[in-house]
Design a protein around this ligand. Structure first.
Ligand SMILES: [Zn+2]
Length: 259
């Protein structure tokens, strides 16, 4: 079963239509999926990988405005314009399911999927807005906690192979402030940091030390997934009612939905 929760939320029939058109590809840390302004022909469903969306400035500086991970959902796609606004690079090496372009047009054309992706875009926008507020108003220590919690959700291993330099870059802060924040968190017993690897030791403690941004974004994505599953169940139930009209009551169909 894929780790991508969006694919997992699709009903069996949708998966049967979509799966043959997806190819599983392994990506390495730092691989650039697409540059800002580049053309996106495919949809990416992270299956263990984490993709970072970076807003790039004229002077070459870049800051993360959202990231897309396997456990926490998320396809990446240029749904309508096909032009990527962000640079997208691989932050946690692993696999993605990548659509073949023609298949993506077909998936998008199906009403249920199209609605799902619009709803997903709204959820991603919420993450971006929360990240903008977090970057501007919260302390480096709070941002480090938020980011580590997100990576901890998405990584298969307890070890997070990120250097302070890398963290400073994606958070748009200086390296020294990241090192100071990491030292405070290590002293408090929340994380361990050795030879370029971070380890979360006390997850509840890290959640307490984080700003509210982590919990808000997580809840938003969890709610989106619940709505998505419900939508597919309703569509399936409606199809059953239609196909068996006269021999199957609406009440029975709604019983199916509740299961
Ligand atoms: Zn924050």
């Amino acid at each position: 079963m894929p780790k991508n929760r969006l694919l997992n939320a699709f009903d069996c029939e949708s998966r049967a239509r979509v799966d043959p058109h997806l190819e599983r590809i392994n990506f390495m840390l730092g691989d650039v999926i697409c540059e800002a302004g580049g053309v996106l022909d495919h949809a990416y469903f992270p299956d263990g990988a984490v993709l970072s969306l970076l807003t790039v400035l004229k002077n070459g500086m870049a800051i993360e405005t959202a990231n897309i991970g396997g456990r926490c959902v998320r396809p990446l796609c240029g749904m309508y314009s096909k032009t990527s606004f962000n640079r997208c690079l691989v932050q946690l090496r692993a696999a993605c399911f990548v659509s073949r372009s023609k298949c993506w047009i077909g998936i998008r054309a199906q009403r249920a999927h199209s609605q799902s992706f619009v709803s997903y875009s709204e959820t991603l926008l919420a993450q971006i807005q929360q990240t903008v507020a977090c970057n501007a108003l919260h302390t480096t220590q709070q941002k480090v906690c938020r980011w580590l919690l997100m990576m901890h959700d998405r990584a298969d291993s307890e070890d997070l192979a990120f250097t302070h330099e890398f963290l400073a870059e994606v958070l748009g802060v200086n390296r020294k402030s990241v090192t100071l924040a990491a030292q405070v968190l290590q002293k408090a017993g929340l994380i361990d940091y050795r030879r370029g690897k971070m380890q979360v030791l006390d997850r509840p403690g890290l959640e307490k030390a984080s700003c509210e941004c982590y919990a808000i974004v997580k809840k938003r994505f969890d709610d989106f997934l619940k709505r998505l599953r419900m939508r597919f169940r309703k569509i399936r139930a409606a199809e059953i009612v239609e196909a068996t009209a006269g021999s199957f009551t609406g009440h029975a169909a709604w019983h199916l939905i509740a299961q």
